[in-house]
Design a protein around this ligand. Structure first.
Ligand code: GAP
Length: 451
């Protein structure tokens, strides 16, 4: 993991926030390559869930509409959702070494004062009893900083989709079953942010709330379980590093407890330790818990009249809730491929469709008209693809930089380009090179990347 973190820092994927001030625990900044990669994953999710949603069990495309709600909402939202009362983790302090732990992480946490001890060995430590610690970030709106003006940064995007449910029904002519989708920042004052960006205090998530008739949960829950697992596979996470895990009864969240139906898509991060896997996305059958709570707390009527069934009811919900920044970390871990045969010693094997830079375009040497030809090709492609022109240093060093950035293809303009109209294309994964006509490059890109 240390090597992956070092590459992310060195190549401008991810930096600790406010690093020149010593950093701030649990907050991260995304550099030029990181933000492109993150946006590509975000856009793939938006396209696959909202613009071109999957086909449902009956073979018909689903109806899923996008929303973008404010980060701060009426504080009653979080009373209704149960977050004010119950969104907390048990916290334990050590009076001797002053370390702070999340109670459930004690078995694999290291005592900072006694590095010789194994993780989980706290026998002589002075541990306090567990206290509940609410994870919501509080702030105040307006001039007065009193309790009447207390508001919260949202810990999830989900609630905006519930408290706008009626707005959607009134304005969008949708029929159950349908989904709402939202992505954006979430904030949780995690007791022990750790494992790089895996558990941060500010992160991004991508959530769908899929509203259904209560009698159809047995159809929709397995559908979403499979659809979301397949989606992560489509980003290149397939294979033994990805799995679906059904929750044990005692793990189920309050809204899922009586109904069953909660599972996680998990990835084998290098830090996942003995458990082997850590959560990327949770798929939960939430019944009508949230709409009931908001109807009760706000007094609004949130029932839906189903014309086909001639029935009025509060729809039930299946919720696939994914971490975008966590997904980004999984994609980075999966792509990281040490290779002693190449100058960079490592390359990032991103799928072409999510790679931050799609192609590098180089003149072999900085003379004989090569830069002009390469620049012309660059200008032709840059309107459509994220491509990079590079004329500095040796060609080997330029390939090495592109390998670390995970760029799948490099086109080099050389002497033969000027006489025969061909360029070399170098494939990142095999390092093989072949010649293609310079006029065929746009078609090559369209075939390999799309667009
Ligand atoms: N609305 C349901 C919900 O919020 P969650 O499992 O608490 O569910 C959804 O969060 C996803 O958000 C998780 O599967 C995880 O990928 C991501 N996530 C949660 N807490 C996070 C944190 N502190 N840092 C990074 N990602 C986090």
């Amino acid at each position: 993991m240390d090597d992956i973190v070092a590459l992310c820092r060195r190549r401008g994927f991810i930096w600790q926030s406010s690093e020149i001030y010593g950093g701030i625990n649990g907050f991260w900044d995304y550099g030029p390559l990181g933000v492109m990669l993150k946006n590509n994953i975000r856009d793939a999710w938006w396209r696959d869930m909202v613009l071109c949603p999957p086909q449902g069990p009956d073979g018909q495309p689903l109806d899923i509409l996008g929303l973008d709600c404010s980060i701060i909402s009426h504080p009653k939202v979080w009373e209704a959702s149960g977050h004010v009362a119950g969104f907390s983790d048990p916290m334990i302090d050590c009076k001797e070494c002053k370390a702070r732990f999340r109670a459930d992480q004690i078995p694999d946490s290291q005592c900072p004062l006694k590095p010789s001890k194994k993780p989980g060995e706290h026998d002589k430590c002075k541990l306090t009893d567990a206290r509940q610690f609410n994870l919501m970030f509080e702030t105040h709106t307006g001039a007065l900083k009193d309790d009447d003006n207390k508001t919260y940064l949202r810990p999830e995007t989900a609630q905006g989709m519930f408290f706008n449910f009626k707005n959607v029904l009134d304005t969008c002519r949708v029929k159950v079953p349908f989904g709402l989708a939202q992505l954006g920042k979430g904030f949780r004052n995690e007791i022990t942010p750790r494992n790089f960006i895996f558990r941060s205090r500010e992160f991004e998530m991508m959530e769908v709330e899929f509203f259904i008739h209560p009698s159809t949960a047995n159809e929709w829950y397995p559908f979403w379980r499979k659809t979301r697992y397949d989606w992560w596979c489509s980003l290149g996470l397939a294979g033994s590093n990805l799995r679906l895990r059904d929750h044990e009864k005692d793990e189920l969240a309050h809204y899922a407890r009586d109904n069953g139906g909660c599972c996680d898509v998990e990835y084998a991060f290098p830090f996942s330790g003995e458990k082997g896997f850590s959560e990327l996305e949770g798929i939960a059958y939430r019944s009508n818990f949230d709409l009931t709570q908001h109807a009760k707390t706000s007094g609004a009527k949130l029932e839906y009249f189903d014309q086909a069934r001639n029935e009025r009811y509060l729809p039930h919900v299946v919720e696939p809730a994914a971490g975008l920044t966590r997904g980004l970390l999984a994609v980075i871990c999966e792509a990281y491929t040490p290779d002693a045969t190449r100058p960079s010693g490592v390359y990032m094997k991103f799928q072409p469709r999510i790679a931050p830079i799609k192609a590098g375009i180089f003149p072999l040497v900085n003379k004989d008209g090569m830069p002009e030809v390469a620049e012309k090709l660059y200008k032709e492609l840059r309107g459509k693809y994220a491509v990079q022109f590079d004329e500095k240093q040796s060609i080997g060093k330029r390939y090495a930089r592109m390998d670390e950035a995970g760029t799948p293809f490099c086109f080099t303009v050389d002497g033969d380009t000027l006489t025969g109209g061909t360029v070399t294309v170098r494939y990142r994964d095999t390092q093989q090179q072949e010649r293609i006509g310079i006029d065929k490059v746009p078609a090559f890109m369209a075939e390999k990347i799309g667009g």
